[in-house]
Design a protein around this ligand. Structure first.
Ligand code: SAH
Length: 245
């Protein structure tokens, strides 16, 4: 029951919130951010409800907390950035539109590549049955662990320090896969670990268009698997790199 989890998470967040002196803990500024996104009329309501409960300011440096509820990307250290709230809302909305997710009303089992500070992982955890999130930079992997411990979630995400290009077959197959870093193409391992009916959303290089959001659906027709690809708008994500640091 995703709805019940959302309500529970909201209650827990209210109970556990510690005053940080920024005036952001009450959630009014966050509700205004979500109201502005809602007014655009193009985002999935379940995604917005999840974003309304996750304190984004807890995931950024305290010096940047005042900007946490503006629709901007913010630095999270190690040369990486947390995506704009509208980009998170858009990508998760695309995932919720996959065939399996529509039938289930949830993202199911999810793989996220690029944990970063853990903000998007917290939002996904409210929309999924199970989340595995991989980060190649040990410093960010550890930061995300600390950040996510402070935010009450119905189920703790499984955080992995590793090269996400290999996916995580031990936790798969996945109903939904989302990448927060963009590569030249979609790694074969992600396609192999995408369950039938599953959907993958990833920034990827497209001929003549730079980086675009690519949606890949694993469709099974008469017992044969097809991966149906569609290209969406141009985006600018940090590069998907190899190896761990
Ligand atoms: N979703 C994150 C955004 C992180 S930015 C958030 O909410 O904060 C993208 C992240 O992808 C960076 O932290 C970068 O280190 C990571 N990344 C890049 N290539 C990767 C790879 N091959 N495997 C895992 N993580 C990767």
């Amino acid at each position: 029951m995703p709805q019940r989890h959302l309500h529970q998470a909201t209650r827990d967040a209210a109970r556990l919130a510690r005053p940080s002196g920024t005036g952001l803990d009450g959630g009014a500024v966050r509700q205004r951010m979500v109201a502005r996104l809602r007014a655009e009329g193009k985002f999935d309501e379940r995604v917005l409800a999840a974003m309304a409960t996750v304190p984004r300011h807890e995931f950024v440096d305290s010096a940047l907390a005042a900007q946490a509820y503006e629709d901007t990307a913010l630095p999270i250290g190690h040369g990486q950035t947390i995506s704009k709230p509208s980009v998170v809302a858009h990508m998760l909305g695309l995932l919720m539109g996959g065939e399996g997710a529509r039938q289930r009303g949830s993202l199911g089992r999810v793989l996220e590549i690029g944990t970063g500070c853990g903000y998007q992982a917290a939002v996904i955890a409210l929309l999924a049955r199970q989340l595995t999130s991989i980060e190649r930079l040990q410093g960010l992997h550890e930061k995300a662990q600390l950040n996510l411990q402070r935010v009450p979630l119905p189920r703790a995400p499984r955080l992995i320090w590793g090269d996400g290009r290999a996916g995580h077959s031990a936790s798969g197959p996945f109903d939904s896969i989302i990448a927060a870093a963009g590569g030249e193409d979609i790694p074969r391992a992600w396609m192999d670990q995408l369950a039938p009916g599953g959907r993958l959303v990833a920034p990827t290089a497209a001929t003549g268009r730079g980086q675009v959001l690519v949606v890949l659906d694993h469709v099974v027709d008469k017992g044969v698997s097809h991966w149906v690809r569609s290209e969406h708008e141009a985006v600018l994500f940090v590069p998907l790199k190899s190896g761990v640091v």
